[in-house]
Design a protein. Structure first.
Lengths: 245, 314
């Protein structure tokens, strides 16, 4: 189980994350929603070690991750994607994924291990990236690039995965594919934290939702209950009509 | 793009033919010596260019690593009677250990910090090479390095040393070519381009960078050993500031994208002053001007342009 306990981060006078708690079980999908600037990305940074909390702690399978680097956390099974897709120039998709799969199984310096190669093939298939295998990464369209980012994170073989707006700008078909991948990851025991503006996408996938606003956790519970609650509708959705992002 | 890539083997074959044929076409033993120097400097420049390409960090301590290798090999050969190959091994080891130690500190800091720390390390090693005169024989240099003995033959001519350096360069290029395609090489590429992404993927950035930096120092140390055998003497001048400028110019002219790019840089930087010898005292100034022209006019148009070194990314 991944547990965030009373996580707090202040930037000067602003409290970006204010005593937030959540738990994520393996195999579970937890939605994290909230308006822009609510502290969602900061929360993910705190959990994955890209930022240090002023208060609170992160507990991964019973171990308190005090000051562990992001790479160490990834090797312990906690990975993430970034909101802005990262670009590596002059490599093909397959080469990039090979490099990303470094820690799958035992690291091999030269020839890829069989489980790593199989994992690359599987994720290429799941995200319909097979045809782009030999494409240069810098020539990808931005939706494809987003899929490649997700593929890289999946290839760490993590047990807990934080996806930062994985379907922003994706077509309905690609959104569907990401959704199917998230479901299959959860089915195989990965806990997924889904940060999304697309409430519809969260509604179809997440069992539970955490809503943050101005750094505070304002609702946390089963998806249907949370999305129907008055406080959430007021703070995040603004209107009582069907939400759009 | 595809057409160019298909032409790459042809290009390489042509270059190999020129490299092998040149010392037979050029009779002058003086120019054969220049060619040996070009091959030796190419080894160091290729290593530096790959360090820039892989890690997006500019090391300014290549001359110190080369000098360290040269001194280590000289001492092993003169005082302990070792033959060249094991002495070159010691040179590689010395350069690797030094690079690893400096790397442990330098990779903790920013890109600029890295350059400054490596530059400072270079200064310290120059100073040590002068002041530790029990070991290095001081400012006059460590003399009396015997010619390379290989398989019972003595390689005294510029031509034979050229072929030895060329063989080492070829091994280095093959190793780097394989490294680019290896799993760790691809991970290292992610580390260089986007350390945050690499961290999120669990790639051990810091240790990988230190390892790569140390590994790339090995050929530089060997180049130093070759240089010592070639000149017969190693002096603190080999580690000095002008050498940093020379080797940077080689990498800037040759670029960091193509493996063999810095070899073109080494050819230009090593042979231009020789061609410009007729100019007399104004030679260095004209050489500087030619360098500026090459970098400003030619580099942006060349495919092996200096993009990574000059900050512009395609």
């Amino acid at each position: 189980m991944l547990e965030a306990r009373q996580l707090t981060r202040r930037f000067g006078g602003l409290t970006a994350v204010d005593h937030v708690d959540f738990t994520l079980e393996r195999g579970q999908i937890l939605g994290l929603i909230g308006p822009n600037g609510a502290g969602k990305s900061t929360l993910v940074n705190l959990v994955t070690g890209f930022d240090r909390p002023d208060e609170g702690s992160v507990i991964l399978d019973g171990h308190v991750l005090h000051g562990a680097s992001p790479a160490r956390r990834a090797r312990l099974g906690l990975s993430r994607t970034f909101q802005r897709p990262r670009l590596i120039a002059n490599v093909t998709v397959e080469q990039l994924l090979t490099g990303a799969a470094w820690i799958v199984g035992s690291p091999r310096w030269f020839v890829q291990s069989r489980p790593a190669a199989a994992a690359v093939e599987r994720v290429l298939g799941q995200l319909a990236l097979v045809s782009l295998r030999d494409a240069q990464v810098q020539e990808l369209s931005s939706p494809s690039l987003r899929l490649v980012q997700i593929a890289m994170a999946v290839l760490t073989g993590c047990r807990y995965l934080m996806l930062d707006e994985p379907v922003a700008g994706l077509s309905a078909q690609d959104t569907e594919r990401v959704g199917a991948l998230v479901r299959s990851l959860a089915a195989s025991g990965t806990g997924v934290l889904l940060i999304e503006h697309n409430v519809g996408f969260v509604r179809t996938l997440a069992e539970r939702v955490l809503v943050v606003d101005r750094g505070r956790s304002i609702a946390h519970g089963p998806t249907a209950d949370v999305l129907a609650s008055r406080a959430v509708v007021d703070a995040y959705l603004g209107t009582e009509t069907a939400p759009c992002h | 793009m595809v057409g160019r890539e298909r032409l790459a083997p042809l290009w390489s074959l042509g270059l190999v033919a020129v490299a092998l044929g040149a010392p037979f076409a050029i009779e002058s033993s003086y120019w054969q010596g220049v060619m040996a120097a070009i091959a030796i400097w190419s080894i160091a420049a290729v290593s530096l260019a790959q360090a820039v390409n892989w890690m997006m960090r500019l090391s300014l301590m290549t001359p110190a690593l080369m000098g360290l290798g040269a001194y280590a090999a000289a001492i092993a050969q003169v005082e302990h009677g070792w033959s060249f190959l094991p002495a070159a091994g010691i040179a590689a080891l010395a350069a690797m250990v030094c690079a690893a130690l400096v790397g442990l500190v330098a990779f903790r800091s920013s890109h600029w910090g890295f350059s400054i720390i490596t530059f400072a390390a270079n200064l310290i090693l120059v100073n040590l090479s002068i002041s530790l005169d029990d070991i290095t024989h001081g400012p006059g240099g460590y003399a009396g390095i015997p010619p390379v003995q290989l398989f019972g033959r003595s390689l005294e001519s510029g031509r034979s040393l050229y072929f030895l350096a060329l063989a080492i360069l070829a091994i280095q290029l093959c190793a780097l070519w394989a490294w680019r395609r290896s799993v760790a090489g691809r991970s290292a590429r992610i580390v260089g381009e986007d350390p945050q992404l690499a961290q999120a993927l669990g790639i051990p950035c810091y240790s990988l960078q230190v390892c790569v930096f140390a590994a790339l120092a090995a050929p530089v140390g060997i180049a130093g050993a070759l240089y010592g055998s070639f000149r017969g003497v190693v002096s603190p001048e080999l580690l000095g500031f002008t050498r940093i400028v020379d080797i940077l110019a080689m990498v800037m002219i040759g670029g960091t994208k193509l493996l063999f790019g810095p070899i073109l840089g080494a050819i230009a930087v090593t042979s231009l002053p020789e061609w410009l010898r007729f100019l007399g005292p104004s030679r260095d100034g004209v050489f500087g001007l030619v360098l500026i022209l090459i970098v400003v006019l030619a580099a942006p148009r060349w495919r092996w342009r200096v993009s990574t070194l000059m900050g512009a990314r395609s």
